[in-house]
Design a protein around this ligand. Structure first.
Ligand code: F6P
Length: 550
């Protein structure tokens, strides 16, 4: 029996048909006077409002029964106990151990990891201190001014997103340190950046869990070649200008990373869950180790909440279950992530990897094809900008879509440029007003207007149907701690959904074939007479060959 045929799933389908399908959000609010208070949930500094979801208390009860039926409690225990929940690779997925405080023992498949985690954090702290104190010098003796993180996927998206979000928390010791992120295999980011950097004062971090990712290694080779133009001593070049962060020390050594500059993490940390490890070095350089530890502290607070709170008030569980409801029962095709704060600009990009690489699967843990939808298409953008781009589809398109609105409440209380404080605070009010207005219009459609105003809408293209569900997540303010809470909230949401869908969220076999075929295709580009057995790729290769030959 698949989960779709299970009693809890069937009960939800029946409930949808009997109680929800004919009701829209306006009617749900009419039916329940205390809808906001009974469907909003808090944790320190956070509020999650689910009242604009198309569901009632009975829906939540049935969704929780589905989670129980799927063994959520026991899967959560297995996750935190460090069992090999990543079944296809036979590994634990113990990112929670990376943010557990010293003194709390964590086991990955029965082996304690606590000492290793803290030893590597301490080693990272030592490197951060050296760079901050200007003791880390380039080959000519000058202190480092620019740090370039070379990585892709989880070795780029997480640290880049956090660094952008926490720029206001930059420590004094990093006041003059510029931190750059380079990921693209085509070298376009690096080529442009190197024009503005100085070999004497640039330090590269090679961030790669596997240390075999061609995108990162290609950029690393270009960076090394650029340094070799000025430095003829390879040992000094490597020692003074490269740090490696990886779960593969052997490959780091083969590439030439000096053992003193090797920061390590482990197979049991998934790439997209790795910003809490030494992959977070750029974050620690920006906000200092104290700020980095606050980020870990926020995530740990959410870990504990997730681990110990009953489902009915457990934020990650509830966020996951409403996602299941929207996607599997209401037929929502996509999910938009809409932060109302420019500092969270990269958050939707980061989430696309976290959610779609984790749960974009069509085979269950037993290797059988599933007969239900798994992860929806996730996309997003800074909300107010997206209003002027794709919200048209949310309001008047033909697809049912769900949204997460995310906004910090307090902003610009200090540290604004002279003369800007008051107007910036007004901009923050404007932003919050837009956030609330959009979720309200999605919910009510043109019923958000007065009856008199509505009567003036005479044409269909002026009408808004509404009834599009959304969640709103308000943070008291954005800080290293609250960002840690936010990220762990979504990590656990993804895990809960994987348990309901019976899939392994910790592997990503779907990206492997593309890597293999890219290697073969590379040979084809280098050998003009190479032939594939289909005419499209051969035709494109011929065209490339002709242009390259001219
Ligand atoms: O190709 C996908 C992937 O393996 C991601 O899961 C990972 O975050 C990214 O590539 C980068 O991998 P690595 O950190 O090993 O270079």
């Amino acid at each position: 029996m698949t989960v779709k045929q299970s009693p809890a799933w069937q009960a939800l389908e029946q409930h949808y048909r009997a109680q929800i399908s004919n009701l829209d959000l306006r009617q749900l609010f009419d039916q329940q006077a205390d809808r906001f208070s009974s469907l909003s949930f808090q944790q320190p500094g956070l509020l999650l409002d689910l009242s604009k979801q198309r569901l009632n208390q009975q829906t939540l009860r049935l969704l929780i029964q589905l989670a129980e039926q799927q063994g959520l409690d026991s899967w959560t225990k297995r996750l935190f106990d460090g069992e090999a929940v990543n079944s296809s690779e036979g590994r634990a997925a113990l990112h929670t151990a990376l943010r557990a405080p010293r003194g709390r023992d964590n086991l990955a498949e029965g082996v304690s990891v606590t000492a290793d985690v803290h030893a590597n954090l301490d080693k990272m702290a030592g490197l951060v201190e050296k760079i901050h104190n200007r003791q880390w010098r380039g080959f000519s003796g000058k202190p480092i001014t620019d740090v370039v993180n070379l990585g892709v996927g989880g070795s780029d998206l997480g640290p880049q997103m956090v660094c952008h979000a926490l720029e206001e928390f930059r420590v004094e010791a990093a006041a003059d340190l510029r931190i750059h992120f380079v990921s693209s295999i085509d070298g376009s980011q690096l080529a442009e950046l190197l024009k503005h950097l100085n070999q004497e004062t640039t330090l590269f971090i090679l961030s790669s869990k596997s240390f075999t990712t061609i995108d990162t290694l290609a950029n690393a080779d270009t960076a090394r070649g650029w340094l070799e133009e000025k430095i003829d001593n390879p040992a000094i070049l490597l020692r003074q200008h490269f740090i490696g962060s990886s779960a593969n020390p052997q490959k780091m050594s083969e590439w030439g990373i000096d053992p003193a500059n090797q920061l390590q993490f482990w197979d049991w940390v998934g790439g997209r869950y790795s910003l809490w490890s030494v992959i977070g070095l750029p974050i620690a350089l920006l906000v200092g180790m104290t700020g980095f530890r606050q980020l870990l502290g926020g995530a740990h607070q959410m870990d504990q909440h997730f681990q110990t709170t009953p489902a009915a008030t457990n934020l990650p569980v509830l966020l996951a279950l409403v996602g299941i409801w929207n996607h599997n029962f209401l037929g929502s095709r996509g999910h938009a992530v809409l932060p109302y704060d420019g500092r969270l600009k990269y958050f939707p990009h980061y989430l696309t990897q976290l959610e779609m690489e984790s749960n974009g699967k069509s085979v269950n843990r037993d290797g059988d094809r599933v007969d239900y939808d798994t992860c929806p298409i996730i996309w997003g953008e800074v909300g107010p900008n997206a209003q002027h781009a794709f919200y048209q589809l949310l309001h008047q398109g033909t697809q049912p879509v769900s949204c997460d609105f995310i906004a910090p409440v307090l902003r610009y209380r200090e540290n604004t440029a002279e003369g800007t404080g008051e107007t910036l605070r007004q901009q923050q009010s404007l932003t919050l007003a837009n956030c609330l207005a959009q979720s309200r219009v999605l919910m009510l459609g043109d019923h958000a207007l007065s009856d008199q105003e509505r009567r003036k809408l005479t044409r269909n293209d002026q009408r808004y149907p509404g009834n599009q569900p959304s969640s709103t997540l308000l943070l008291q303010e954005l800080s290293p701690f609250s960002l840690g809470q936010l990220l762990a909230l979504y990590e656990h949401k993804v895990f809960v959904q994987s348990v309901i869908w019976e899939i392994n969220p910790f592997d990503q076999w779907g990206v492997e074939l593309g890597k293999q075929i890219a290697n073969k295709t590379r040979s084809a580009i280098d050998q003009p007479d190479y032939r594939f057995d289909e005419s499209s790729t051969d035709g494109l290769l011929d065209f490339i060959g002709q242009i390259q030959a001219d």
